[in-house]
Design a protein around this ligand. Sequence first.
Ligand code: INI
Length: 155
Amino acid sequence: MNEIVGNFIECEGRYAIVAGRFNHFITDKLIEGALDVFSRHGISDSDIDLVWVPGAFEIPFAVGKLIRSGKYDSVITLGAVIRGATPHFDYVAGECASGIARLNVESDIPIVFGVLTTDTIEQAIERAGSKAGNKGADAAMTALEMVSIARQIGD
Ligand code: INI
């Protein structure tokens, strides 16, 4: 049996991060977590592009453009949709998540979902580098693992 498992031994590739500016005090922390993981796994700054969009709703559009550019091995999405802050939480969070999920299935590169959807600002803070870890760092780990898997599987 041949088993294909992603590893973090020789990480490489070009990565794009799409970040929503809405609730940027949270998104900034997610980006910080993602960049820290990339640098500690040997991915140089010049192999990372960061694209800011106004909010989570715009993330799928930017991801689609980045996929079609053919320049990246993976795209990470980072944002924060907080229910307390919006009456249209379900639309923003739902459209963002389903748009990203659709692109992930259709595209030839892995797209990673690192968009927080929380009921409160406190829950978002917990997931942005405090007691519940940093979901941006988790997203970068997932991207590295998925790129490793994609490379092993090949075309
Ligand atoms: N965008 C977010 O990323 N998070 C939110 O919590 C949010 N709220 O609260 O509304 C939000 N709204 C903006 C939305 O993503 C779009 O930028 C806007 O609707 C324009 O298309």
